[in-house]
Design a protein around this ligand. Structure first.
Ligand SMILES: *Cc1c(COP(=O)(O)O)cnc(C)c1O
Length: 862
């Protein structure tokens, strides 16, 4: 296939307007409403049709219009003031600068996709948008982050729908010169290049694009350069395009090339090198190997280097769905690393990091998530429920421990409020409530009446309805070039009708078509004579996912029914620009995944920030925040025997909720046509959820719970020429070697009454065989709690037992033979009535471990 190569000629701005160039060159415009208005004023119609993109706007606008503005002193002053505001934003201390104590000087954040603005389409869905939101909030908070990703020449793909409802993909090429990007160069003007050694003596080269996201630099590696042969230029052709080898090449470039690029970038610019490396999902996990290789270059062994790399690495897992995890053929990985790619790293050591060593794992596979957990001492899921699910899912890596001990925490995602809050709602908070933003506004104040709030909601609904019609019209015209569009398109959706939104990627677990389970029932809801609903649907299916495309086709065909087509519509090419109008324009945001497969789900959060009520299965973020007043919970039938039965039960619950609760509440109006009870829920949602769901809250948590500890441990291990890292590696070696002989041989108990009562003391004496280890190398502890079913304990506590100097020679030297048991004792107070159970176990102990389970070693009393 031949693609047309395009290039963009950048506009030369009249001198009085140079401030616009600086403003267009920093993506802060994408979330800074006053800057957006400044660009919009240049040519409002063009601004909208071009997709709110300053660089494109300045390239396309009539130069005469620019000359006119250059003579308009008010406009020139406004542009200069805005540029000064940007400079202040970039330079002044913010939240991070006010933090006391040890904190990392720089953090590198790696992600395969970044969704920052529609103008930079380098994302497929939630993972990328989250990464974009993370950078933006890091910028707002002054966190010294640098983003690392790839630059995909065709982004993900553009979606259109054929007349028979089938998804069609196209891959229009992006021109980086037409985007707010610049090539990373040395002082002498030469472009920085990163190179990776490949099998058969080949080399992959990449240049580095930089984007400015407020205070944050985003580096994007691009293989489409003349130094590469044709096949390697395609390594960064598109996001999630190929399988196997192509995907591996992308991830090598992202992880290894990315780590090299950050290093070069900080050297060139004089920035501190990152102390903390955060990998957003496993795709970028090879970065840890590059760090190991470079530490080996500084004189460490593999094990020593591994300790340092682990200490400074944060791994976030984003999905409990197997298909979301990269698993490469082990032979392929061996071939790629059996080269000069990573000097000093033995390929077998490396392969061991990605081995599925647990029951049910495959010996032929290299698993990126497993490597992520082995290379990242700090790991998390993205909602409380997902943390729990992840601990269970990966518990095979920590055999002998309860899932609750698995060292994976959770930080619930958030969304970047300035990006995702409609300007009309923001204006209401600022003008009427005197708040800087919607999250600090007092939404219960009478300064905003029910009528005011309802009228802004109506405005947002209307704005969305108009956008939906434009999009449907454009799609029709693309399918029928030159034809006269049918009039009904202009009547799609009614700006007064209860509007339900459902937009997301289309993997099977998200159940796009659950609403079609009983088509008659859905029809009746859509066409209800007094309480009708309307539904907008959007989403892309992965190009290789035929099942997903069939689901889209079912929806499109249903929505094509003449009597329904003005009440339900599928909008092609879901993206940020569409989402920014769609979320605020709906009344209810629907989410009906198969619980618990939705790790978090952020679209409902973006909706809530705009006063939209959620109607969702209790999955992802919703169980944490649903409170009975901010929306509805669709009961899930997790226990239903088969999936068809489950779909039936859950879809019926959905119809019932809409029919008996949602629609009646929406159409219950006072004398002025205001649904006062509904508006009360909107106020409650805005007041309680806006602060909680914001990415600022999320990024603060990342800083406090993960980045600071990671920086701390990485520093501890690195100072004094890596002394602690060398000691830790040696200590772990000793522990691993001795562990097979560590055991709890015998536990004696006493102290409780014949009929145990609350307040009794349980005295424990545990005899432990240490096999040559010192008492200080281990923690002997009692784990106790409620004894529920079988061998399970719930609501557990642990308490360390103390060594008794029963055998002083043994304790003093640690050289006694492994057969001599050592005594550990302690007392537990029975503080609760009910079934009590306990067990005694031995785990390794070292101040540099963050969890007793970390090494996956435990000896439990039999
Ligand atoms: C927020 C967002 C998503 C992710 O939504 P989920 O609820 O996590 O599925 C996907 N695409 C776009 C364009 C978004 O804005």
């Amino acid at each position: 296939m031949k693609a047309i190569r395009k290039f963009t000629v950048r506009a030369v701005l009249p001198e009085p307007l140079v401030a616009l160039e600086e403003l267009a060159g920093n993506l802060r415009w994408s979330w800074h409403e006053p800057t957006r208005q400044l660009f919009e004023q240049i040519a409002p119609e063009l601004w909208r049709s071009i997709g709110t993109d300053p660089v494109a706007l300045l390239g396309a606008v009539d130069p005469a219009r620019l000359d006119e503005l250059a003579r308009d002193q008010d406009y020139v002053n406004a542009a200069n003031a805005m540029r000064d505001d940007l400079r202040d934003y970039l330079e002044q201390p913010r939240w991070y600068q006010s933090l006391e104590g040890e904190k990392p000087a720089a953090i590198a954040y790696f992600s395969p996709e970044f969704g920052i603005a529609a103008a930079l389409p380098q994302y497929s869905g939630g993972l990328g948008i989250l990464a974009g939101d993370h950078l933006k909030s890091a910028s707002d908070l002054g966190v010294p982050l640098v983003g690392v990703g790839l630059f995909y020449r065709a982004g993900y793909f553009a979606q259109s729908i054929s007349p028979d409802g089938w998804q069609m993909e196209s891959y229009p090429l992006l021109d980086p010169d037409g985007l707010p990007l610049s090539v990373l160069r040395r002082a002498d003007g030469s472009a920085v290049q990163v190179s990776l050694a490949l099998p058969d003596g080949r080399t992959l080269h990449a240049r580095v694009w930089q984007a400015l996201v407020g205070r944050i630099r985003l580096l994007m590696l691009d293989a489409d350069i003349p130094e590469n042969p044709d096949d390697l230029r395609l390594v960064t052709d598109r996001l999630y395009g190929g399988g196997g080898e192509h995907r591996l090449l992308q991830e090598l470039l992202l992880g290894i090339g990315g780590a090299r690029a950050v290093k070069l970038w900080s050297e060139l610019k004089g920035y501190p090198e990152p102390e903390v490396f955060h990998t957003n999902e496993g795709h970028a996990g090879f970065l840890g190997l590059e760090r190991i290789s470079s530490l080996i270059g500084e004189g460490l062994s593999f094990q020593e280097a591994l300790q340092v790399a682990r200490a400074g690495t944060v791994f976030t897992t984003h999905t409990p769905v197997g298909a979301g995890i990269d698993r490469f053929d082990r032979g392929l990985v061996r071939r790629y690393f059996g080269t000069d790619l990573l000097p000093g790293v033995n390929v077998d050591d490396l392969l061991a990091l990605g081995a599925e060593t647990y029951a049910g794992g495959s010996p032929d596979v290299f698993n990126m998530a497993i490597m992520g957990l082995r290379l990242g001492q700090h790991a998390n899921g993205v909602s409380t429920l997902h943390g729990e699910v992840s601990r269970k899912m990966f518990s095979g890596l920590w055999p002998g421990f309860d899932p609750s001990d698995v060292p994976i925490g959770s930080i619930t995602n958030g969304v970047h409020a300035p990006t995702w809050t409609d300007p009309a709602l923001l204006a209401l908070a600022q003008n009427r409530l005197g708040a800087a933003d919607t999250s600090t506004a007092d939404w219960n104040s009478p300064a905003v009446t029910d009528e005011d709030l309802w009228s802004v909601r109506g405005q947002m609904r209307l704005q969305f309805v108009e956008d939906a019609r434009r999009r449907l019209l454009a799609a029709w015209q693309e399918q029928n070039p030159g034809g006269i569009a049918p009039a009904w398109i202009n009547g799609v959706f009614d700006p007064k009708v209860l509007t339900i939104g459902f937009a997301r990627r289309v993997p099977t677990y998200k159940r796009l078509t659950l609403m079609l389970h009983d088509p008659e029932r859905l029809r009746a809801l859509l066409l209800h004579p007094t309480r009708p609903i309307q539904i907008v649907i959007a989403g892309k299916s992965h190009p290789a996912d035929e099942e997903g495309k069939r689901l889209i086709q079912k929806i499109v065909q249903f929505a094509a029914t003449p009597e329904l087509r003005q009440r339900i519509a599928f909008l092609p090419d879901y993206n940020i620009a569409m989402a920014q109008l769609m979320y605020p324009g709906t009344d209810v945001w629907l989410n009906n995944p198969l619980r618990p497969l939705e790790a978090c789900g952020t679209s409902g959060m973006k909706a809530a920030l705009n006063g939209v009520l959620n109607l969702s299965i209790l999955d992802g973020w919703w169980p944490e925040y649903y409170d009975g007043k901010n929306g509805w919970a669709i009961p899930s039938a997790d226990a239903a025997g088969d999936s068809a039965e489950r779909d039936r039960m859950e879809s019926e619950a959905l119809y019932d909720l809409i029919e008996h609760h949602v629609a009646p509440r929406f159409y219950e109006r006072d004398a002025d046509e205001v649904p006062t009870r509904w508006v009360a829920s909107i106020r409650h949602t805005l007041a309680t959820l806006s602060p909680e769901l914001s990415a600022d809250r999320m990024v603060r948590e990342y800083v406090q719970k993960l980045y600071r500890p990671a920086g701390h441990y990485e520093n501890l291990l690195s100072t004094n020429n890596f002394r602690a890292a060398r000691e830790l590696a040696a200590w772990k070696g000793r522990i691993f070697a001795a562990w097979h002989g560590v055991a709890v041989t015998h536990v004696e108990s006493g102290g409780v009454s014949a009929v145990p009562e609350v307040g009794d003391d349980l005295h424990l004496r545990a005899h432990v065989q240490l096999n040559g280890l010192l008492p200080g190398d281990v923690t002997v502890e009692v784990v106790y709690g409620r004894s529920t079913s079988g061998d399970d304990l719930s609501e557990t506590n642990t308490q360390a037992l103390q060594p008794e100097m029963e055998n002083p020679a043994d304790d003093a030297t640690g050289s006694a033979d492994g057969g001599v048991p050592t005594l550990f004792t302690g007392t537990v107070e029975l503080d609760r009535a009910g079934a009590f159970g306990y067990t005694v176990r031995v785990v390794p102990r070292n101040d540099l471990l963050i969890s007793p389970a970390e090494m996956g070693l435990v000896a439990v009393a039999s």
